[in-house]
Write a protein that binds this ligand. Structure first.
Ligand code: PLP
Length: 382
């Protein structure tokens, strides 16, 4: 069997060889607990603190601002639930296109007297600042807006949102899971109180992420116990994964310009070919992370197209990988005003540094041919 062409890097990425090399000693001999006082513990502690510096540096933050978690989901939950627990119940505002691991905990706050408002986006999938201004007319404790959307790749005006949120005395959080490693991310420049990042989206291992936090705000931890991570996240540190996360951050920053040039060329060329074949490319007129495109062909089911492409050896996603067990059309596309019929056709392609022009070109040809075949089959069936 030939190796499939992997075009689903927003779902997860292969671990970079240098990241694996950095991790291996901590999976073999160096098994110490970073809280232990003996030599093996000290080696583990130093490695965790080095990774904290690398993750902080990747987002322009101090190492002490980095709280390691099990990934993006936990970091998002930690911020939303942890902030709500120390603030009086008021309004929480989240993007209508935010990931379920922001949207669901925000919705859950309604049980404790909070009101939830979803921030509208325009037809290109960009958050509507006028809607935010309207939302901030009522007392608001938390605003959360992702930096880059996982499905369309559309970048959000987080700095402008943060400025408005601060003026309204709300805490501003941004889920930067799909942005880090693809575009520059700077905690200070964004003006946020908290930022979520995750290792496995940038050639690091699964199971490590971080909430980067303005040290002037205090959250209630989700996990209580031994007081790890300055009391913000108890539980023995996953040393190999954290070490890999640090190495992946350093690599991502060093490779950022090359990633942009490489992936943007593949993505833009694919978009041209898709549009020429009659596909709608969602958010194409907005600024996007360079590796992502999300498209649909009218009348062709996205799930079917993904399965057919899988048979041909191409791994892509229909809608969001994180909700791919759901048959509902993508909430992101619906929020952009896309019809449910067209949204059901959505397919997401996300390139990575290992993809080449030949793979992208073969994929474009396969999509166009498969879409044409499925269209003819549908026409025969009616
Ligand atoms: N936020 C966004 C935008 C994502 O795309 C994802 C995963 O797809 C997550 C959060 C969850 O991150 P993790 O898989 O590290 O829990």
């Amino acid at each position: 069997m030939t190796t499939p062409v992997y075009l689903d890097h927003n779902a997860t990425t292969p671990i970079a060889p240098s990241v694996l090399e950095a991790m291996l000693p901590f999976l073999r001999g160096q098994h110490g607990n970073a809280s232990s006082r003996h030599e093996l513990g000290t080696v583990a502690r130093r490695a965790v603190e080095r990774a904290r510096e690398q993750v902080g540096a990747a987002v322009g933050a101090q190492p002490s601002q980095v709280v390691f978690t099990s990934g993006g989901t936990e970091a998002n939950n930690l911020f939303i639930k942890g902030a709500a627990a120390v603030l009086r119940p008021q309004q929480v505002v989240v993007g209508a296109i935010d990931h379920p691991c922001v949207a669901m905990p925000a919705k859950d706050l309604r049980r404790t007297g909070w009101t939830l408002r979803r921030l509208a986006v325009d037809a290109e999938g960009v958050a509507d600042l006028a809607d935010l201004d309207a939302a901030l007319q009522v007392p608001t404790g938390i605003v959360s807006m992702m930096l880059a959307n996982n499905e369309t790749g559309v970048l959000q005006p987080v700095a402008a949102i943060a400025a408005r949120a601060r003026a309204a005395r709300a805490w501003l959080h941004s889920d930067a899971v799909q942005a880090l490693g693809k575009v520059p991310v700077d905690f200070e420049a964004l003006g946020v109180h908290a930022l979520t990042v995750s290792a496995h989206k940038l050639r690091g291992p699964k199971g490590a992420g971080a909430l980067v936090l303005d040290k002037r705000i205090e959250l209630r931890p989700l996990l209580h116990g031994g007081g790890h991570e300055a009391g913000m996240r108890s539980g023995t540190e996953n040393v190999p994964a954290i070490v890999g996360f640090g190495a992946a951050c350093e690599l991502a920053v060093a490779d950022l310009a090359a990633f942009d040039a490489h992936c943007r060329a593949l993505r833009d060329d694919l978009d041209v070919r898709l549009e020429a074949a009659g596909a709608t490319v969602f958010g194409a007129a907005a600024p996007r992370i360079p590796n992502t495109t999300c498209f649909a062909f009218d009348g062709i089911d996205g799930e079917t197209l993904v399965i057919e492409l899988d048979r041909l050896g191409f791994c892509v996603a229909s809608g969001s990988a994180c909700s791919s067990h759901s048959t509902e059309p993508s909430a992101t596309l619906l929020a952009m005003g896309v019809s449910p019929e067209l949204a059901r056709g959505a397919v997401r392609v996300s390139f990575g540094p290992d993809n080449d022009a030949r793979q992208a070109s073969d994929f474009a040809a396969a999509v166009v041919a498969t879409a044409g075949r499925l269209r003819r089959l549908t026409a025969m069936a009616v």
